[in-house]
Design a protein around this ligand. Structure first.
Ligand SMILES: Cc1ncc(COP(=O)(O)O)c(C=O)c1O
Length: 405
């Protein structure tokens, strides 16, 4: 048999999905599984979006324009302006989710082993996007002890080399729920200017900021506009992951022109799905604000439930709909498998995302897990009770007093 490409060996199996066969087997045995591992919103897609789809009078599904349907680019522009973000329709390219936009952005600003800085733990698919774009991700490691904040510019500066081309910033963060402070964003901006870097801003969770409700968009650095590439998506804010509509927005003409060639090579994004998101983009603020209130209540349920587990000092997520936490367990990967294979509490168990897969650096995150808030607060409270019982029963439990100290 001919061998596969070197690149095929660089793509990692999704740490979020690889436990799926064990979860299915647990369910087949009659054990209920609470899925804390995956960021698939549980609430219904807005009826306005579904109604729009049903009302579309399409009798010929031709290729849409590669840059996106004009009406949809307009709608994204309206959406951005509702956040005080200025992108005209011709500064926006519609993509197949944020995923495609990130892969394009990385491919346009870097390649051939160029480096892009990223805070870790990070969204796990960044590793695969970078591999596809032939980009080396250079991690700046954040610690739970610092609530996954990096503080100032020093940490970034130390990771910069002549090959660094960009900083990939996810704010609010998946997987940690970090919302970076003004000082931290200032530091990113300063470093980008001093070292002549692009900033790829993944803001797909922009709406989901808890407690203070600050606006977090990096586009506030308008003097850096030529360096800024915004990544966005309808997936999470409108409970519409399956629609696969996102966008890339920038004021940099050269970046737009080259990205458009990538768009042309994949021809177009699905027509009906583009059109169905228009009403929510134009008028969806109230919908996502109410989602944020719900996620904050869920965050509180998870935070207090984790706090009741002996040996766990939970991290308080500031936004998105995830938290990372350290458990008093030697290997969370083994623990997650054990939970599905060997454990149940009152007929149920939980499926966790082991922390290791969210790190670029090998060997980190072994004692961490990511938890997504994809159930109502009552179910999440019950899930934390299951986790508590599991941590107490697990043979690989470590004898620490408070793990997130
Ligand atoms: C931080 C982040 N960026 C991008 C994506 C991809 O989003 P999309 O569904 O729009 O491709 C996700 C999905 O979970 C995400 O968490």
């Amino acid at each position: 048999m001919p061998s596969l490409s070197p690149k095929s060996a660089t793509l990692q199996e999704s740490p979020i999905r690889k436990l799926a066969p064990l979860a299915r087997a647990a369910e087949a045995r009659g054990t209920g599984v609470v899925y804390l591992n995956i960021g698939q919103p549980d609430m219904p897609t807005p009826p306005e979006m579904i109604a729009e789809l049903h009302g579309l009078a399409l009798n010929r599904l031709a290729y849409a324009p590669s840059e996106g349907i004009p009406q949809v680019r307009e709608a994204w522009s309206t959406f951005f302006s509702s956040w005080g973000i200025d992108f005209s329709p011709d500064e926006i390219l519609v993509t197949a989710g944020a995923s495609e936009a990130i892969t394009f952005a990385l491919s346009v600003v870097a390649g051939g082993g160029d480096e892009v800085l990223v805070f870790e733990p990070c969204y796990t698919n960044y590793l695969s996007f970078a591999a596809q774009a032939d980009v080396t991700l250079v991690p700046v490691t954040l610690k739970v002890e610092d609530a996954y904040h990096f503080g100032g510019a020093d940490r970034l500066e130390r990771s910069i080399t002549p090959k660094t081309r960009a900083i990939l910033l996810c704010n609010p963060s998946n997987p940690t729920g970090t919302v970076y402070t003004d000082d931290e964003l200032d530091a990113v901006a300063r470093v980008a200017v001093e070292h002549d870097l692009f900033v790829i801003c993944d803001e797909v969770y922009r709406e989901f900021v808890f407690d203070a409700g600050r606006v977090v968009s990096f586009t506030r650095y308008s003097d850096l506009a030529q360096r800024i590439i915004v990544i966005d998506s309808v997936s999470k804010r409108f409970n519409a992951c399956g629609v696969r509509i996102g966008c890339m927005a920038t004021k940099n003409r050269e970046v737009l022109n080259v990205t458009l060639r990538f768009c042309q090579a994949r021809l177009s994004v699905a027509t009906a799905e583009q059109l169905m998101v228009v009403p929510m983009l134009e008028n969806g603020r109230a919908y996502s604000e109410q989602l944020c209130v719900e996620y904050q209540a869920r965050r509180d349920a998870v935070f207090s439930g984790l706090g009741a587990i002996h040996g766990v000092r939970p991290h308080r997520s500031e936004g998105s709909f995830y938290t990372m936490t350290r458990l008093p367990i030697d290997s969370c990967e083994d623990f997650a498998a054990w939970l599905l294979r060997d454990f149940s509490h009152q007929g149920e168990t939980v499926c966790l995302a082991p922390g290791e897969g969210f790190y670029v650096s090998p060997g980190l995150g072994l004692d961490e897990v990511r938890i997504a808030f994809m159930y109502d607060s009552e179910t999440l409270k019950r899930a934390m009770g299951i986790l508590d019982a599991a941590v107490a029963a697990y043979p690989g439990r470590l004898a620490t007093e408070a793990s997130n100290s």
